[in-house]
Design a binder for this molecule. Structure first.
Ligand code: CP3
Length: 344
């Protein structure tokens, strides 16, 4: 039995006295103790060594006291397990030197051994679950098919992912074949994360906002829903289609979706109106605002909670925490949510 099950309660829209709080990318570069491990081990060694991944996952629990842990890993482990080379270049981000452009490239992606190849993630989850000792729930995650397609076709990070989008628009049938293959692999991967101990699943569609609402319905939504439908019988599912608040209403009508993450581009009142009481909302503090003074952070976060309301709400950032944020500012964000009282 979890000692702190606020996140699960919020996802079931059960009554709580305050919202749960966690931060996307909470295990990472803003923490000095993460920097120590980063200076000793390269990125994929940190990801692939269960003891290191577990230690990194627990760091923000100890340091800032969030209400949930998220397993330290990366969304690009799926393209890697499908057979692609993925390099993480210091200061530059991910690089996939052999990109996907043809049916043959897609056929060469091997989805059969996905679960065996990603055993280190499941070991990290079981180990972390043991170490957490039921203090807080553990979130497992994966990248959404469209976001993974972006990296697999573009080969690197990009502001607009023009090459990946052109691939979708000029070869829609190929794009759909690739998205389906990624979806099948992701479903096996996430099911195994739940078997290993993940209590909640989040799917990151970091780049879905580059699509128009109509194209989101073609290249992103069907695959998000397929994943949610497959996982919902096993664990609550949070979808984070960044920049796609136009999809709040339609996604919230999916029975398999428990929570939807939103970025700062949508007003709390609008998000509530669009999503109704069908799902929990998660977000949406602008991560750059953690650079403000602690007093200002506390004021703005209190207001954010008041505007979303305490029920069916998970306090979070609207995207990942930035590396330059002082730890005490991150802690102030968490503390003010924990101190929140309905009468505030
Ligand atoms: O949230 C957590 O604490 C768990 C850890 C986590 C990482 N990546 C570790 C990481 C999670 C949830 C991710 C997800 C991820 N990875 C996403 C989706 C979320 C988002 O931010 O949109 C994306 C798009 C990626 C791909 C990726 N990985 C990029 C673009 C980069 C380089 C840019 C960056 O953010 O640093 C990474 C590297 C990465 N993944 C780092 C960390 C801590 C930084 C590298 C390092 O510390 O050595």
């Amino acid at each position: 039995m979890l000692k702190n099950d606020l996140l699960l309660k919020a996802l079931r829209r059960e009554s709580v006295t305050r919202p749960p709080v966690w931060m996307m990318r909470q295990a990472g570069r803003y923490l000095p103790e993460y920097q120590v491990l980063k200076s000793k081990y390269d990125f994929f060694t940190r990801v692939q060594t269960p003891e290191l991944a577990c230690e990194i996952t627990l760091q923000p629990i100890h340091r800032v006291g969030v209400d949930a842990a998220i397993i330290f890993s990366d969304i690009l482990v799926i393209p890697q397990a499908l057979g692609m080379t993925v390099l993480m270049e210091e200061g530059k981000g991910p690089l996939l030197p052999h990109t996907i452009s043809t049916q043959k490239d897609i056929d060469l992606l091997n989805e059969n051994a996905i679960v065996e190849k990603l055993h280190y993630v499941f070991s990290a989850i079981s180990l972390t679950k043991r170490e957490l000792n039921d203090q807080v729930p553990l979130i497992g995650f994966a990248g959404a098919p469209f976001t993974l397609l972006c990296y697999m076709v573009e080969g690197k990070g990009s502001k607009g992912f023009e090459k990946a989008k052109a691939f979708c628009f000029t070869n829609p049938e190929l794009a759909k074949a690739l998205l389906s293959k990624i979806t099948r692999a992701t479903i096996s991967y996430l099911k195994e994360q739940v078997r290993a101990g993940a209590d909640v699943i989040q799917v990151f569609d970091s780049w879905s906002g580059l699509l128009s609402p109509d194209d989101f319905d073609r290249f992103a939504a069907p695959y998000l829903v397929e994943i949610a439908d497959a996982l919902a019988p096993l664990a609550p599912v949070i979808l984070f289609p960044k920049g796609s608040s136009y999809a709040l209403s339609s996604l919230s009508h999916q029975k398999s979706v428990s929570g939807i993450g939103i970025d700062w581009g949508v007003l709390p009142e609008t998000a509530r109106h669009e999503a109704g009481k069908r799902v929990a909302l998660q977000g949406n503090f602008d991560p750059s605002k953690l650079g403000m003074s602690v007093t200002e952070i506390k004021k703005e976060v209190t207001q954010m909670i008041r505007r979303f309301g305490v029920q069916g709400y998970i306090a979070n950032l609207g995207h990942g925490i930035l590396p330059n944020i002082p730890v005490d500012h991150a802690k102030a964000f968490v503390d003010v949510v924990k101190e929140y009282k309905e009468s505030n």
